[in-house]
Ligand binder design. Structure first.
Ligand code: ADP
Ligand code: MG
Length: 695
């Protein structure tokens, strides 16, 4: 950092030891650089003066010009408030202060023309403004029309270091005689991506001459944020491509062709075909494939995975498929075995509950190369099993696996096997590109033909019997249903519906032998889980009462009803996943969200969103608005919380630009020979401690 930017804020005019201490402690601002990077969160237009008569019920921050007519202290001694009667010559309103009464009173001069600024409100039918900002008309004459507003803390307010104070300090900083902010991007980049110079951008963001200037400054900083967010991921990808050579598959695939021609139970969607082409190109390229396949629930990722497995087998290699839960691994095993038998391929399964004997058998068969595909849970990584020649690893619902685990699994092959990670976690493309930026990206953005949109409804608990009656009618038509509970057992502290109680009630409403109601949850023995899943898949069970163990991946096309109890307990992505268990066949499917009557605003929004759309991508956008990026599965350590201005949902085009700039930089100038100042900047940037890994 240069000398100017590195200077301690206490040396700045208008700051000093005391204020510096407050800014250090409250906002973690220590240097000029920190201060400059403390951006306003909005701007107010101070060029316009309102009349009192123009004020409406919901007016936001406004500015008025007029005179103080009278000042008065009211209320008991210990909690006096100050009332000033303010008139704009036409009408009058009350200005109120509850804190700092003595000091404010000493500042107010009756009869002097002043400018007040604040948020008006109607209090007991009277128009008032609490704690307005106050200035003399003379003072305001040469101030900027657009004013930056900064966040401050409670403590800062009591110490009277408010937005206005920060604005003043910023003014001194920007007018500093040694003001010096070097450009970090090359002139070519600045021109190509329409980036205004860095020093100007800082000036405009804090003291904008116009809205246009704010936009230009924001564009510049959004670009910067998205540039530094994506750089490490893309860099990693480029490096890996350079270092890890892959297995080159040949283009002829007899098993694959045979299966497509003679055994495929349906025709592939255009999106599935496109993804297969993308994968094939990777496999034949000589580089190791590292591809993320994203597709909403029910879009048909499994068959794509299976066809990729066939390509590996065609080339004389084995493959593995890893699932996040035992139930899902078992289901994949059952389903894939059926497909594999059609073309005489042996597959195996390995989970945490495989016995020693089973493991020994597996091991032998894997080493001999008779098992071509091994399906399993993360036991696939932990276990000592070795393949004869692992050529392809597929990871289903990847957000539950970390990067480290991915690496461990890769290490199972003598050479680097190709890797395909699949996920239904509906994250917008830009986010996927950024967070999984080290992977190539494919998407299945088309549902198989003949699917009908799932009908979703929200009901309160007292309508439960009606809902059950509806379920009865659907079962009479041959359908099956899931009923999901958030808890296994009743809880003293959490007032949610529980599985055990619900199961008993359902048994009463759906008596045996007319109905078959079964229970499934994570604490059961694996063999029991498998049996319950099988019975449901085969249609023996009418209603599967379960916890969220069925959340991900389970595929029983005849199941057309999903009832979620205490739906307010679940997050949007979880609700979407659960709903995705139905709507997988040709029949009309239903999802019914039951909740208690008392709902938080947030819960209401979630349930309404579920009723309003079945698109995972739309839901993820809403989810992001509700929770921010930080909470989205698998994205916590991604650096998204560093974004101050940019938003991946609305600034996708800037993210794209930044990406392009990075690729260009890493391709044309990997040593940063013509980007000295960028290199220098990154060396000093926080969070870029591992500079060596980037350059
Ligand atoms: P997901 O992407 O959620 O993993 P699945 O692979 O489980 O989805 O597929 C959901 C259902 O759709 C399965 O029953 C599968 O057989 C079926 N399916 C997949 N592709 C097609 C297609 N092209 N046409 C018709 N049905 C399909
Ligand atoms: Mg799946």
């Amino acid at each position: 950092m240069n000398e100017f930017l590195g200077t301690d804020i206490k040396f700045l005019k208008g700051v000093g030891e005391v204020r510096a201490g407050i800014l250090n402690k409250e906002l973690a601002l220590f240097t000029f650089n920190d201060l400059l990077n403390y951006f306003p969160f909005r701007y107010v237009d101070r060029s316009k003066f309102y009349r009192i008569s123009e004020i409406e019920q919901d007016s936001s921050y406004i500015q008025l010009k007029g005179k103080i007519r009278r000042v008065e202290e009211v209320g008991p001694q210990r909690s006096t408030r100050l009332v000033a009667y303010f008139s704009d010559g036409e009408r009058e309103m009350e200005l109120l202060w509850f804190k700092g009464v003595k000091w404010i009173k000493s500042q107010l001069k009756v009869g002097e023309e002043v400018v007040i600024f604040g948020k008006p409100s109607f209090f007991r039918g009277k128009l008032t403004m609490s704690h307005p900002e106050l200035d003399t008309v003379a003072n305001r004459k040469n101030s900027a029309p657009l004013e930056a507003v900064y966040h401050t803390t409670e403590m800062m307010k009591t110490r009277r270091v408010e937005s206005k104070a920060i604005r003043q300090v910023m003014h001194h900083l920007i007018r500093h005689e040694h003001f010096n902010i070097p450009e970090i991007f090359s002139p070519e980049m600045c021109q190509k991506y329409k980036l205004i110079p860095r020093d100007k951008a800082f000036r405009f963001i804090h003291q904008p001459p116009s809205h246009k200037h704010i936009e230009a400054a924001q564009h510049r900083f959004k670009f910067e944020e998205l540039f530094f967010l994506q750089l490490p991921f893309i860099n990693q990808k480029v490096n890996r491509k350079r270092a890890d050579k892959g297995i080159t598959f040949k283009t002829q695939n007899p098993l694959f062709e045979d299966f497509i021609k003679n055994h495929l139970p349906f025709s592939l969607t255009g999106a599935q075909e496109r993804v297969l082409r993308e994968v094939k190109t990777d496999l034949c390229s000589g580089d190791q494939m590292n591809r993320l396949l994203q597709g909403d629930v029910g879009s048909g990722k499994t068959i794509v995975a299976f066809l990729c497995v066939l390509m590996a087998i065609d080339n004389g290699y084995q493959a593995s498929l890893m699932a996040p839960t035992e139930i899902l691994a078992i289901q994949h095993y059952i389903g894939l075995k059926e497909l594999a038998e059609k073309i005489g391929i042996e597959i195996g399964i390995l989970t945490g509950s495989s016995t020693t004997k089973e493991r020994r058998m597996l091991h032998e068969k894997l080493q001999a190369g008779t098992i071509k595909l091994l399906v399993g849970t993360h036991a696939l990584i932990e276990d000592v099993v070795q393949f004869e020649n692992l050529g392809l690893t597929i990871i289903d619902e990847q957000h539950r696996f970390g990067v480290a685990q991915r690496a461990k699994l890769q290490a199972k092959g003598q050479i680097n096997p190709h890797v395909l990670v699949m996920t239904a976690t509906p994250i917008p493309r830009t986010l996927a590109m950024s967070v999984y930026g080290d992977l190539d990206y494919s998407v299945i953005d088309e549902m198989p033909a003949g699917r009908r949109a799932i009908k979703t409804a929200h009901r309160f608990g007292f309508a439960r019997e009606k809902v059950w009656q509806f379920m009865k009618d659907e079962i009479a038509k041959g359908r099956q249903a899931y009923v999901v509970y958030p808890l296994i057992e009743e809880s003293e502290t959490l007032h949610y519906k529980d599985l055990n109680t619900g199961y008993d009630q359902l048994l009463e409403f759906f008596p045996r032998p007319a109905y078959q109601v079964e229970m499934l949850h994570g604490k059961m023995k694996p063999s029991d889980k498998e049996a319950k899943m099988q019975d449901f898949a085969n249609g023996k069970t009418n209603i599967l009462v379960s916890t969220t163990v069925i959340e991900v991946g389970i595929n029983v096309p005849n199941a057309s009803i999903m009832i979620i109890e205490s739906a307010e307990k679940f997050g949007l992505s979880q609700l979407h996943q659960l709903r995705g268990r139905v709507g997988r066949g040709a029949e009309q499917s239903y999802c019914i969200l039951l909740s208690s009557k008392k709902l938080s605003d947030n819960a209401k929004t979630r349930l309404q969103a579920m009723v309003g759309t079945t698109s995972g991508f739309e839901l993820s956008e809403i989810d992001m608005q509700l929770r921010g990026f930080g909470d989205i599965a698998g994205t916590r350590q991604s650096g998204l919380d560093q974004l101050k201005l940019a938003s991946l949902s609305t600034d996708a085009h800037i993210a794209e630009m930044a990406r392009e700039a990075i690729v260009e930089l890493l391709t044309d100038d990997p040593e940063y020979k013509n980007h000295e100042s960028l290199k220098h900047f990154m060396k000093n940037k926080q969070g870029y401690k591992d500079w060596e890994k980037i350059a």
